[in-house]
Design a protein around this ligand. Structure first.
Ligand code: ANZ
Ligand code: ZN
Length: 715
């Protein structure tokens, strides 16, 4: 073994001590609101047999950040739980042929064990599981409140159906331009069905406007803006057919009209509103029924799709002059259209919270009264989706037949369950209030702890979970139930990890589990090996060579700290290192921080420098640092020690702080050597800004003060 200590024994011992002494938990009643730091990582869904190293990369980064904040004086609230209800878990249960309730119990236990073993300082006292009645009672309660507010409604509409998952899906749960199911990648179809929707489109403008002030990666904002897809244009009528266009100026060059296949006007003609010419109406696949007015004016001279269609169908191309802006502004009527659709939340599946509505012949759809919640998910053996458009709950007759809460007459329960994204759209509100069973969240607690200070997410959630959570929070705010509109003022998106240059997959046979490493080299080496391999926001390649490098670093650290004391360290060198490690953690450049720690080791020898080094190491290698701290004769725990400070005056002459802006808005600061040449400063700033997801930008440098990136893209 390359490290001179018994890794498993050391790690297991300290984990038990932390757990016993509650080092990860914080008394939310005792702390001052301004000192609470809500450090949140997206919770996992226990759909497969366990965590993979990609999870560990993300969670280790979040944990380093939280541990650092704690040492820097914050009361860090870092909860974790399980997004256990939903189609992802149920599909896995179907695959392995096990009932989802027993499967979930097994997989969450296993996930929990793994989450503990990675040595993250989770507050287990506030664990949540979205499939537990004490949680989903409140998911249902939220739906009832939204129903009463008119934001949850039932309507027949063309909906997306997955023929493999045998359920409808929300627009957000498709990929490749709405062609396939994001869960199973089957081609989806359209069906007309009566379903439950949340009125997210009412919030489209607020969801857009709110983005401006959020500290999110620019790329994430851009994706959300595109998803909401606000377009300003005009509606122009051709006889009884109305089209939506963003280019009214092209009206003189219209040579055809296009409607979706099966539209009654197909094959007819309509005269042009200005020229009076007779314009043919064609059926075209590219016309989306549910967008705009569901009809398009074809302008082959100015639109690429129209040109291709015109060429295929031998339709003439007109080069008539465009309208002047003033004339174009007066044709038809102004119209604003959104790509965003109302959020379809009903699912014809088993593993979710039953929709808390009862259907009565006389009263219609009636919400289940608050004191009758939760509507428990009935235990059924036959949980498989039926494919008939009805959920498996339909067969639970004893459960389905009930009485109407309003008139007491015979009634039937709604047999669909709600989408798993409803569960996760509010879970961050629940964590600080888990001990309250008479309310979803406690108002004082919520005001004290929320909104989330730091949210570490995955790129796949920008158009789904992050959007839904913002909408639900805004709606709850409007109902007077939460005091803020934006749940996540600051999001950072973690990158993806590949192994030896290739995406991990079963077919490649290169899937590595965290357990493989934790059993052999330990969790500290795995955490540091992963974080050292790539900038956290970018992700990258993870190799065993990285682990070996970390083990050499640990062995050398052990030797230096437990070895004889040496001379006092160079004060300037120590100050530089503390500064560099701190600054790197602040900008989530954990790889850079670890590299600086490696360099620092050569300076360490004196008792004071040893204590500084071990504290700087603590967020990264929490077990090893605890052991070394103990061996230095210092009191438990290193994780509650103050973060090392240095005399700022020492560095005053060496470095200047430069403000980094994107489109004139401050996005952070960088510290560079005072005499750094312009290209170097811009390069350092650009790396920072790229991590924020801003690309293709022009840069303006005001020497010694500001670097401004001008993107000209978002708007
Ligand atoms: C004429 C035209 C000329 C257009 C031109 C574009 C360029 P966004 O920006 O996405 O809102 N369109 C309208 N409704 C449609 C539908 N239901 N299915 C498919 N296409 C539709 O796009 C608006 C433009 O997309 C509209 O402006 C319309 O084509 C097309 F040089 O009208 B345009
Ligand atoms: Zn009734």
């Amino acid at each position: 073994m390359p490290v001179p200590y018994d890794v498993r024994q050391v790690e297991e011992r300290w984990r038990q001590r932390w757990e016993a002494e509650g080092v990860g938990s914080v008394d939310l009643d005792a702390v001052d609101p301004s000192d609470v730091f809500y450090n949140l990582a997206e919770f996992p869904y226990p759909s497969a047999e366990g965590l993979h190293v990609g999870h560990v990369f993300r969670y280790a980064g979040v944990d380093v950040y939280g541990r650092y904040q704690r040492m820097a004086g914050k009361h860090v609230f870092q909860p974790i739980g399980f997004d256990a209800f939903g189609i992802h878990t149920e599909n896995y249960a179907l695959k392995v042929g096990e009932h989802p309730s027993s499967l979930t119990a097994r997989t969450t236990a296993r996930f929990r064990r793994q989450l503990e073993r990675i040595g993250a300082a989770w507050d287990w006292s506030r664990m949540i599981d979205t499939s537990h009645p004490e949680y989903y009672r409140w998911t249902q309660w939220i739906l009832v409140r939204l129903f009463e507010a008119g934001l949850l409604y039932r309507a027949e509409a063309p909906v997306i159906w997955c023929p493999s998952c045998l359920t409808v899906l929300a627009q957000e749960q498709t990929e490749r331009d709405g062609a396939v199911c994001e869960r199973c990648e089957s081609a989806v179809t359209q069906r007309a069905m009566t379903q439950w929707f949340l009125r997210i489109t009412d919030y489209a403008d607020r969801l857009l406007a709110g983005l401006d002030d959020l500290d999110w990666p620019e790329r994430a904002k851009r994706l959300q803006r595109q998803w909401i897809g606000r377009s300003e244009g005009r509606e122009i009528t051709f006889g009884d057919l109305t089209v939506f266009t963003t280019r009214p100026d092209t009206l003189p060059a219209v040579t055809f009209l296009a409607v979706p296949p099966g539209h009654p006007a197909a094959g007819d003609t309509r005269p042009h509103p200005i020229t009076g010419a007779s314009i043919p109406v064609y059926e075209a696949d590219y016309v989306v029924e549910a967008y705009g007015t569901g009809a398009v004016m074809g302008v082959p001279a100015h639109d690429e799709r129209d040109r291709r269609f015109a060429e295929e169908h031998a339709i003439p191309i007109s080069d008539a002059d465009l309208l002047e802006p003033s004339a174009a502004a007066s044709v038809g009527a102004p119209a604003t259209r959104y790509r965003l659709r109302d959020w379809l939340i009903s699912r014809q599946r088993y593993w979710g919270p039953p929709i808390p509505i009862v259907h009565c012949r006389d009263c219609g759809a009636v919400a289940v009264p608050e004191d009758e919640l939760p509507v428990l998910l009935p235990e059924v053996d036959e949980f498989r989706p039926t494919g008939t458009g009805q959920s498996p709950l339909t067969a639970a007759h004893g459960w389905v037949n009930t009485s109407c809460p309003q008139c007491g007459g015979p009634a039937r329960r709604d047999t669909d369950v709600s989408d798993t994204f409803v569960d996760s759209a509010w879970y961050f509100l629940r964590y600080p209030s888990t001990e309250y069973n008479d309310r979803a969240w406690d108002p004082d607690r919520t005001a004290k702890v929320l909104p989330v200070d730091f949210y570490a997410g995955g790129p796949e959630h920008v158009q789904r979970h992050h959007l839904y959570a913002r909408f639900v929070t805004m709606a709850l705010h409007d109902l007077g139930l939460v005091p803020f509109e934006e749940p996540f003022p600051r999001i950072r998106i973690g990158g993806m990890i590949v192994k030896d240059g290739a995406k991990m997959s079963k077919s490649r046979g290169n899937v590595v589990t965290p357990d493989d490493y934790i059993d052999t080299v330990g969790s500290d080496a795995l955490r540091c090996g992963l974080l050292f391999s790539a900038p956290w926001e970018q992700g990258g390649d993870f190799t065993d060579a990285a682990i070996a490098g970390i083990e050499r670093f640990f062995a050398k650290s052990w030797k230096t700290i437990t070895g004889p004391d040496g001379d006092p360290a160079d004060e300037l060198a120590m100050a530089r290192s503390i500064h560099a490690v701190t600054e790197a953690i602040e900008r989530l450049a954990f790889n850079v921080a670890i590299a600086r720690l490696m360099e620092l080791l050569s300076e360490v020898g004196s008792p004071a420098s040893k204590r500084i080094f071990v504290r700087l190491l603590a967020p990264f290698a929490p077990h090893l640092a605890e052991e070394l701290w103990h061996r230095l004769g210092e009191p438990f725990s290193v994780h509650t020690q103050p973060w090392p400070q240095y005399d700022g005056r020492l560095l005053e002459d060496e470095e200047v702080e430069i403000v980094v802006q994107v489109d004139g808005k401050v996005r952070g600061t960088i510290t560079v050597p005072r005499d750094a040449p312009e290209p170097d400063v811009c390069e350092i700033a650009r790396r920072d800004v790229e991590a924020l997801g801003t690309d293709d930008s022009r840069v303006v440098y005001v020497p010694g003060r500001v670097v401004n990136f001008v993107t000209g893209s978002d708007g």
